[in-house]
Design a binder for this molecule. Sequence first.
Ligand code: CUA
Length: 327
Amino acid sequence: MIRRLAIFGSCMVLSACSSQQSALHPTGVDAERINVLFWIMSLGGLGIFALVLVLAGLALFGSAPLRQKLAGEGVIKWLGIALPVAVLSVLLVYGFLILRAGEQRAPDQSTMRIAVSGEQWWWRVTYHLPDGQIIESANEIHLPVGQAVALELTTADVIHSFWAPNLAGKLDMIPGRANVLTVTATEPGITRGQCAEYCGGAHAFMSFHVVAQTPEAFVEWIEAEAGPGLDPIDERASNGQALFMANGCGGCHRVGGTKADGRIGPDLTHVGARHSLAAATLPNRAEDFAAFITNNQHIKPENRMPEYAIFSEAELADLALYLEGLR
Ligand code: CUA
């Protein structure tokens, strides 16, 4: 009994956590529609299944006249033909209406664009603001609540699939074309998404966060994000910055305001301010930076970054401190 209670308890805890990445806890206009459709389909299916069970029970154990009636042609005509035609027709019309509602929200000139590119195995996120400003970030998508935003989904290598279940349905990222997903967040909060198409070894570690903010908080965030990264706060962080520059990290990573301008890996200008490291694989603490630098092929197998075992313990700690301080 205690064991059962423990299992039940842990399930409750897990289900509470899972609302952060769940189509059943919609925080976007499209996900709300999908959620309603899901419940209509599920409850409708359950109702029809119950009806079939009742009829089967009556056919097996009912009185003789009732069983004879159930064996008649009327049952086949009404329950076998008319009912499925009616139910499927209603669902078809409802599906068309949902599709049309989605099309009416197609992006126009004034819609803010965010280009999201799938890379093995992270997300390059580029904000194209209405004033022409372009800001690059990674693995985190900030959205102003209540405003339609066009996500332009492309890929740098293989097919990925963009899926933020609390926000909207999934859409593939296909080489050579841009698929546009227009989303509107309905409430502030942090949710999680992930790649929904097998794309290679670390596919399961290709996740991201969606940060929906009030329009005011979003503008504040954009202003901070557009600026350079914070300067090192102390001598150790300065030493970390020097190590970053001297060991070629800037060949792959950009840090705004410094000479590191690599474009191969994620932009690190404000990496310390993000909610995760390595595409929502690790938390974002100094020790996680250190772990990823030396042990990333274990944490995220086959990723494109080599492991750097060249630093002493003190050097690694300084480097991690510098990166964590990039806010
Ligand atoms: Cu990208 Cu799976």
